[in-house]
Design a protein around this ligand. Structure first.
Ligand code: SF4
Length: 216
């Protein structure tokens, strides 16, 4: 029988993903939240407004980490994790402690973000993230501001935020995380060659994610 319980923690590939919020200031043309009706490969990620507490997250995460091997713990969503910055930092800090205690085999902690975290939280967040996160993947998605607005369709308050996304990425590179990734989606109109050049210029790795549609 299919389990429709909203998932805070889910598996994909060799990684464990954390779904701590469904809120996001963007409405990307390629977002699969609506197309897949909040389902991700059989996991119901619709929190229906009931965002999990830190204790709930850590309880199910601890269970999942014991269940089977994994490479990374990824703050991802359906939603923008930095919308809940305090929760993100607390959970990641706890994971850092588990790393230090070797409570589990070695793993990395990754944040997948739309790069708006500093605008959302009205402050610099890179150094706080640097203490508790190993890898940052910033969904830049476009090689210029006009295309960024077309592809990610930000809320009114964030219409001018493309330079802030790039600035956040640059700060992450300069903060020397284990890895900083500039990511985009193929087949949606982004110029992946220009984005590869941008990533190289900024000192980030490039990741071109496959476009997911109803048939994936
Ligand atoms: S930033 Fe992520 S969660 Fe937000 S709309 Fe875009 S793809 Fe969806």
């Amino acid at each position: 029988m299919t389990d429709h319980t909203p998932k805070i923690v889910y598996r994909f590939g060799d990684n464990i993903y954390l779904n701590i919020t469904n809120r996001c200031p963007n409405l990307c043309v390629f977002c699969i939240k609506t197309k897949w009706k909040m389902d991700f490969h059989g996991n119901n990620l619709n929190l229906v407004g009931n965002e999990p507490t830190v204790l709930e997250i850590l309880r199910v995460l601890d269970e999942e980490m014991r269940r089977a091997p994994f490479n990374e713990i990824v703050f991802c969503g359906y939603g923008e994790p930095t919308m809940r910055l305090d929760v993100l930092l607390y959970v990641a800090q706890t994971l850092k402690g588990w790393q230090a205690q070797a409570k589990f085999p070695p793993f990395k902690i990754r944040l997948n973000t739309n790069g708006l975290g500093e605008r959302i939280n009205h402050k610099s967040i890179v150094q706080d993230l640097r203490r508790v996160v190993d890898i940052v993947n910033v969904s830049v998605n476009a090689e210029n501001e006009e295309k960024w607005r077309q592809l990610v369709r930000p809320e009114a308050e964030y219409q001018d935020a493309y330079p802030d996304v790039l600035s956040f990425l640059q700060s992450c590179v300069e903060a020397h995380f284990d890895k900083v990734i500039l990511s985009c989606v193929d087949k949606v109109g982004a110029d992946t060659v220009a984005l590869a050049k941008l990533a190289q210029k900024m000192g980030a790795a490039l990741y071109v994610r496959s476009f997911l549609d109803e048939n994936n």
